[in-house]
Design a protein around this ligand. Structure first.
Ligand SMILES: *Cc1c(COP(=O)(O)O)cnc(C)c1O
Length: 432
């Protein structure tokens, strides 16, 4: 009935998440409110973990891409499941560190890392750094040498794949700000240089072709291209790269009409390509990493809002304004992304209106969505926007000096605060 399996409707006709009445969560914690279902997050992590282990004969590794949703509680959950974590900034690394995350399982990404961040990663025992460009390689070599440490690195490669997704989240093609191009020989030159360094050790090749991808073909193609590049490195440079990182980007169901393949299918098909290429090359299977973000957390999250004004413009549209918007969910204004919404306190009724859900920021584009099927929403009703667990809280801002909402985790009938709601004092915290 809903896009996520953990959502249901109780006897009172209210929407529930993880068995808890969402209208009670709204009353207890206030709105806007992010709600994350811990049980579903763990279930998703385990599905990825188990299929990677199975398909890669115990050499499959899951690194949760924390940029999708990062807070200390999330890091603790990933740690307790035994998975790795990707970070793209000192802030994300610090969050993991403070949460007690085993830093040797952290991968550090980014197309423009600072010296401070590289030093922080080395000082805190980050497992591997995914190097994006030659100046970064040289800076890292120098910093690691000064510290007397060997930095484990992977190279971010652009395999030259069109991932059939929104151009802002497509990252594997040659015209991309990320990584080294294969076609031009740039990637090969980088590998050569790394092999001549004293303080870095090349432990893997990495690619990430984009995000919210439904089609498995581009993932297979990327795996094939990357394996052949590993073969070329072995043949021409005599070095067998031990790890292959195939990135994230698995699509999820935002709308009823979306039909992503189950991750198990992806893992089976892509691992078959990796195995076939290994055989053809006479190579052992490398350690294979994946970096799912959205697919772990998006389906497990919802956002609760309270309806304020309702504006019916005859012959044009109906606006339903809520107490949040682009500050807590900028994905519509960034990508015109689509969501499903439900009036949480009327969840058993038909969604027989089509409305525009508007936020309260000073931008006409500050919408949660247009033409959204919804129950008749009046002032005071609670609206739940579904599948907001990824790239909502992590992309939130203080535009208009609104305070960021709280994040609540639910698990088997219990709820707890994971991130406190910002106060108006927080808004001026750094002002002099
Ligand atoms: C964003 C990103 C991911 C996660 O992507 P999802 O679409 O959220 O799965 C993984 N790896 C890298 C390098 C990324 O930039």
């Amino acid at each position: 009935m809903f896009v996520s399996e953990d959502l249901s409707v109780n006897e009172q006709g209210n929407l529930t998440i993880g068995g808890i009445d969402t209208t009670e969560l709204a009353a207890q914690y206030g709105t806007p409110l992010y709600v994350m279902d811990e049980e579903l997050i763990r279930k998703n992590l385990r599905r990825f973990h188990e299929s990677m282990q199975k398909c890669y004969d115990g050499k499959g590794i899951v690194c949760y891409a924390s940029k999708a949703f990062s807070c200390m509680e999330m890091c603790r959950i990933v740690a307790s499941e035994g998975d790795g974590l990707d970070a793209v900034s000192i802030g994300e690394m610090y969050t993991a560190l403070k949460a007690g995350f085993p830093m040797e399982k952290v991968g550090f990404h980014g197309n423009n890392k600072t010296d401070e961040e590289l030093a922080f990663a080395l000082d805190n025992g980050v497992g591997h750094i995914i190097v994006d460009n030659i100046p970064e390689l040289r800076r890292l070599e120098k910093i690691a040498a000064e510290k007397g440490i060997t930095a484990h690195i992977m190279f971010r490669i652009k395999p030259g794949i069109d991932a059939h997704t929104h151009q802002f989240v497509m990252t594997g093609q040659i015209d991309s700000k990320y990584g080294f191009a294969l076609e031009t020989g740039e990637a090969f030159e980088a590998v050569k240089e790394a092999l001549s360094c004293n303080s870095v050790k090349l432990v893997g090749l990495h690619c990430h072709i984009g995000s919210q991808i439904f089609d498995i073909d581009p993932f297979e193609e990327a795996a094939r291209v990357m394996m052949r590049f590993m073969g070329k490195i072995r043949d021409e440079l005599g070095y067998t790269v031990p790890g292959l990182n195939l990135g994230g980007g698995f699509g999820i169901k935002y709308l009823e009409s979306h039909d992503p393949a189950p991750f198990e299918t992806y893992a089976e098909r892509v691992s078959a390509v990796v195995k076939k290429e290994c055989e053809a090359l006479g190579m052992d299977m490398p350690y294979v990493y994946i970096e799912p973000g959205r697919s772990i957390v998006a389906p497990a999250g919802i956002t609760l809002y309270t309806v304020g004004a309702r504006k019916e413009i005859p012959g044009i549209r109906t606006y339903v304004s809520v107490d949040g918007g682009m500050g807590d969910n900028p994905r519509y204004i960034l990508y015109q992304s689509e969501y499903e919404a439900v009036v949480a306190n009327k969840a058993s009724e038909e969604r027989n209106e089509k409305v525009t859900i508007a936020g309260r920021c000073c931008e006409s584009g500050d919408l949660i969505g247009e033409n959204m099927p919804l129950q008749h929403a009046d002032s005071g009703d609670i609206i739940a926007v579904l599948a907001t667990g990824a790239y909502n809280y992590s992309m939130s801002s203080n535009y208009n000096r609104f305070q960021k909402p709280a994040v609540v985790f639910v698990n088997k009938g219990e709820s707890r605060i994971a991130v406190k709601r910002e106060t108006i004092e927080d808004v001026i915290r750094n002002d002099i």
